[in-house]
Design a protein around this ligand. Structure first.
Ligand code: MG
Length: 329
């Protein structure tokens, strides 16, 4: 690295902690053995960790450094949003290969800290290490972020609250980020504008709105694809689900709506998927984000299968996991 670890930490500290000191949560940030946090009174803490590994979650040749930094934090913020919580602080452990240009590191932090500022999230601590360069394999960037959030005691929205009869809702649209990735895999050209489809906006305001009004019974963020994440709600709530394919809001890529396949299984959407009681009034737009009813929760079937109603026919909806960026490597 062009900068020594000490210099780099000094730089990150300068970038990150100017505001951290003013946040009531942070008593002591970077510069001691631990950060000292004071949870807001009457609140429970939410903790989540997320890996962003080069070659698995991103590729340096596809993702500009500020996008990687943004996504790294966005993944954690999205998990906090899915509980109806407010994100407060993030801790970053970063492994950097020795041959990485300093400009890449700066871009990474620029992207991450811009998002942190947008959500009022402090970065009061972290760790840095050199990631190994092995033989002919170049070193890879490894980032592990932990995000701390808070929610009033007992009010976190869990995955386990769905009941038969609940309607299933989704924020935003699905499939565009996966369509970009699949185009990149195919060696296709992707415009800068379309590349930004891979830059998620965590739905924190929507999550808080739903939790404050008690509207969401079960909630999850769609990171691994709708089919996978809906199956987590079904597992936790011991129910099954039925999705209407025509009602699925599909994203657009290259001026075209993405395929049904992409919308169902794509992943990387970072939208919120939640259920509400049938009589609940769910606004069509929350905090400027469209909210669409896409199906309903039904009684658990054998093997707790999910269904897709497509062209008036009911078929089994398979769970197909997100393969991240590993295909073909
Ligand atoms: Mg999640």
């Amino acid at each position: 690295l062009p900068l020594s670890e000490r210099k780099l930490i000094e730089r990150i500290t300068r970038l990150a902690s100017a505001r951290s000191a003013k946040l009531p949560l942070i008593r002591t940030g970077i510069g001691d053995d631990c950060a000292v946090l004071r949870p807001p009174p009457g609140q429970e803490l939410l903790l989540t960790t997320d890996f962003s590994l080069e070659g698995i979650h991103f590729r340096r040749e596809w993702h500009p450094p500020n996008l990687v930094g943004h996504r790294c934090l966005a993944r954690g913020l999205s998990d906090i949003a899915a509980m109806g919580g407010k994100p407060l602080a993030a801790f970053l452990s970063l492994g950097l290969p020795t041959d990485l240009p300093q400009s890449w590191v700066d871009g990474f932090f620029t992207g991450m800290l811009a998002l942190a500022r947008q959500f009022g999230v402090a970065l009061p601590g972290g760790d840095l290490a050199q990631s190994p360069v092995q033989g002919k394999y170049p070193g890879r960037v490894l980032a592990d972020i932990m995000v701390v959030g808070a929610v009033p005691v007992g009010k976190a929205v869990l995955r386990s609250g769905a009941r038969p009869g609940d309607r299933i809702y989704l924020t935003g649209s699905l499939g565009a980020p996966a369509a970009v990735v699949s185009a990149l895999y195919a060696g296709g050209k992707v415009s800068g504008k379309d590349r930004r489809l891979m830059q998620p906006s965590p739905r924190v305001a929507v999550g808080i709105f739903l939790r404050q009004r008690g509207l969401a019974q079960a909630m999850i963020d769609v990171s691994d694809g709708l089919s996978t994440d809906l199956s987590h709600i079904c597992e936790s709530s011991r129910v099954s689900a039925e999705i209407v394919s025509e009602s699925l809001p599909r994203g657009t890529f290259g001026g075209q709506p993405v395929s049904l396949e992409m919308a169902l299984h794509g992943g990387e959407d970072y939208q919120l998927l939640f259920t509400a009681r049938p009589h609940a009034r769910i606004p069509r737009s929350i905090a400027g984000v469209p909210v669409t009813e896409i199906g309903r929760i039904i009684r658990a079937t054998t093997k707790r299968r999910m269904f897709l109603i497509h062209n008036g026919r009911r078929q089994v909806l398979p769970v197909r996991g997100w393969e991240h960026f590993t295909r073909g490597t």
